[in-house]
Design a protein. Structure first.
Length: 199
């Protein structure tokens, strides 16, 4: 697809637009305070996006019509929609299966309500500390940190340990683990990862 460079009055190219529909993908500045271009990588990406605009993502043909992301031509749309529907159905089935396994794991807790509250609190701390709903290896980091800094005023580690005691277990992502099993898993992890994680 033909693209049109857009530049500052002194001729510095800052972005590109599609030669068919005249759209640009981004508008944030590529310039620093002195009017100098500072991000060649972003400029290259903008040129690429402009070239791909109005181009069918399936066959590479021209898509003539109102904007609809992703660009799929009428000929390719039925097969594309069918694949998307199949992928969504698979995702939902997998999500239902994970939810069922999570529910079954809660049968191992004497207090499922506290177990669910524990899971929520672990996720909240993960989001607050690492901007992630469930950081990789979160369960190990929180167990270690809660025991090393139980009186923390920033994170409710005391609450974690109290809930863990009430539900007699801990969470490993979407699976509840009884306390005796969890302590064995943590001891194994600490031997191989503990010191490296602290570093």
């Amino acid at each position: 697809m033909d693209v049109v460079p857009l530049s500052t009055p002194d001729g510095v190219v800052v972005t590109y637009m599609c030669g068919k529909c005249w759209r640009t993908a981004y508008t944030e500045s590529l310039m620093n305070d002195h009017g100098q271009r500072v991000d060649e990588h972003k400029l290259t990406l903008r040129q690429k996006y402009a070239q791909e605009c109005c181009t069918c993502r399936e066959c590479g043909g021209y898509v003539n019509g109102p904007y609809q992301y992703p660009f799929i031509c009428p000929t390719c749309r039925p097969a594309y929609d069918e694949r998307q529907a199949a992928a969504l159905a698979k995702y939902r089935a997998e999500a239902d299966e994970r939810a069922l396994l999570t529910a079954r794991s809660l049968d191992k807790s004497p207090n499922p309500t506290s177990a669910r509250t524990l899971e929520s609190l672990m996720s909240e701390i993960s989001e607050a500390r690492w901007c992630a709903g469930w950081l990789t290896d979160l369960e190990y980091y929180l167990w270690r940190d809660a025991h090393e800094d139980v009186n923390s005023t920033m994170y409710n580690y005391a609450g974690l340990l109290q809930l863990a005691k009430e539900c007699d277990g801990w969470w490993e992502y979407e699976r509840f683990i009884p306390m005796n099993e969890w302590l064995e898993k943590y001891a194994t992890w600490e031997k191989t990862h503990g010191e490296a994680a602290k570093a």
